[in-house]
Design a protein around this ligand. Structure first.
Ligand code: NAD
Ligand code: AKB
Length: 313
């Protein structure tokens, strides 16, 4: 059996840190090369190899893939929804070119598997709001959503045309305490915990009744690895799978936090991110992922809130 050697690109981001640590636990520290533009994250130090890498530099990426004998690539570098609206050209350029660089090198170097995440941001105002299905009307209004939707079809194209084993999940908003979120619309659901703990109050940039699909990071990491380890014959979706964890509004998560911090207060000052949030579904139908590779979320709002507050302390 071939020993896998994995390259994680964007390893110092919100997902990258936890995913790299979990991949190192499974495959061994030396088998998982972490890479990013940023300095190595403190939690990654001493757990395995780290290289400084700009995924936009295709030649350098290619050199690293050959030099390190890479067999799998996880591409996590991207500009997220809220930051993307501030610089749409940059977001489009990074989100698209990084994926094309990885897919092209993966094809040339016979990489066994590629992982690239999509997002619920592919959906737009014309998609169903509740239990949004795997296949439906998809008309995103953010540059981030447009880049994710285009990216899904590039993944599908490389799978069909070149038989490249590329797999993808449409993550909901992710909630974590090990590394900070990086410029998304769902970031409020992480910030709220830190402000509740430190100041007992939070100013929310979304309206109180804005429901969004969310997931606690341990579920997201498990989903990623379960998808990547699934038998290829069970993968029927080569664009990107819907996955679902929980759905809540700022008021509901505020009420849940109040069960632990009774004098916690939340005020609402919606900004440009409200329009983005309102364009996304409130909940997601993940029945295809459940059927194909037996996906099952573990954390609900109450369990996630308890764990977040315990760990922030
Ligand atoms: P993040 O912004 O926290 O991390 C991205 C990392 O990529 C950063 O460490 C950044 O330094 C690095 N990076 C940026 N440009 C780079 C470059 N040119 N070369 C190398 N590295 C570069 O993002 P995240 O939240 O960890 O998201 C990872 C992926 O998951 C993205 O594709 C994102 O769209 C997707 N996603 C995230 C969420 C979420 O809630 N976090 C939800 C849906 C989808
Ligand atoms: C964002 O808010 O941009 C991300 C996402 C849902 O893709 N968290």
């Amino acid at each position: 059996m071939i020993k896998e050697k994995i390259l994680v690109i964007g390893a110092c981001g919100q997902i990258g840190v936890e995913l790299t640590l979990e991949l190192r636990r499974i495959y061994g520290g030396a088998q998982v090369v972490a890479s990013d533009l940023r300095e190595e994250n403190e939690l990654l130090k001493g757990t395995g190899p780290y290289v400084s890498l700009d995924v936009m530099n295709k030649e350098m990426l290619h050199v690293q893939v050959i030099r390190q004998n890479i067999t799998q690539i996880y591409l996590l570098a991207a500009i997220l929804s809220a930051t993307g609206e501030k610089n749409p050209n940059l977001a489009w350029h990074l989100n698209m070119q990084s994926l094309l660089n990885v897919l092209e090198i993966a094809k040339e170097e016979n990489i066994h598997k590629v992982y690239w995440p999509s997002s619920i941001a592919v959906f737009g105002p014309t998609s169903p709001k509740k239990n949004c299905p795997q296949q439906t009307i998809i008309e995103p209004i953010t540059v981030y959503g447009i880049s994710k939707y285009a990216g899904e079809f590039w993944c599908n194209y490389y799978n069909h045309r070149y038989n490249l084993d590329v797999r993808s999940l449409r993550y909901p908003g992710l909630i974590s305490y090990k590394s900070q979120p990086g410029g998304g619309t769902t970031d409020y659901a992480v910030e709220i915990f830190y402000d509740a703990f430190e100041q007992k109050k939070y100013k929310c940039f979304l309206k109180e009744n804005t429901y969004l699909p969310m997931m606690y990071m341990p579920d997201a990491i498990r989903a990623t690895i379960e998808l990547m380890e699934a038998d290829a014959k069970n993968i029927s979706v080569r664009t990107s799978y819907n996955i679902s964890g929980m759905s809540f509004s700022p008021k509901e998560i505020g009420d849940e936090i109040k069960k632990h911090i009774p004098d916690f207060k939340i005020i609402y000052e919606p900004d440009y991110r409200q329009t983005i949030a309102e364009s996304w579904p409130q909940s997601i139908d993940d029945s295809v992922a459940k059927k194909d590779w037996k996906w099952k979320p573990h954390f609900d709002l109450s369990l996630m809130t308890t764990e977040m507050l315990e760990n922030i302390q």
